[in-house]
Design a protein around this ligand. Sequence first.
Ligand SMILES: [Zn+2]
Length: 213
Amino acid sequence: MRWGGALAVAAVAGIVATSAYASARPVTAHDRALLARPATAEERIAEGVAERLTGHPSVSVRCGSMGVSSPNVLGVTPMLNGHAFDYFLMRPAECTYLTWFHDAPARWDPRTCVPADCRYTVDITWALQTVAHESYHLLGYTNEAQVDCYGMQSIWFVATRLGASLPEAQALAQLFAQRIYPLRRIETPAYWSPECRNGGAYDLRPGSSAWPS
Ligand SMILES: [Zn+2]
């Protein structure tokens, strides 16, 4: 259980964030209980973004206990035999970060934020990436390196759906690509690939020289 509260999580965000990852696991009875309650306003925000990103008409997102033991897991998409079920779960803190961002996107712009806010920019970027990452699992992708690379290339989309300007959205994607993604090679190598680069096998827009958005 990780209901310890957003403030406690945020305080150690620098440690948590660098080794965070998302995982796939089977459906559980606990998931059904979470899905049975109505989505909160924060969860509906994430659902709307995931629906646009996947093209699926009805995606459910719940923030709560995910049934995994590692505190570094930010999101989980239950899958069975390579199929997802149009829902994913996130840590409660991820919903909090999405709400902060949605309420005032420009406040978290990594190019202009004040130090007191900048300390949360990495966590907020992780929350944006978690929505994008889990959305690619909903599309049936199971290779974590591929999913994470596609997710990174969709951070800008999630950010703009939550109200960010395109330049800010691209700055957040750059932050992930430059400061977070290289750490994956060492800390969570299953989520890293040398093909995740401009012109690489996982480049979603091979005709564009822009990277990662
Ligand atoms: Zn994953």
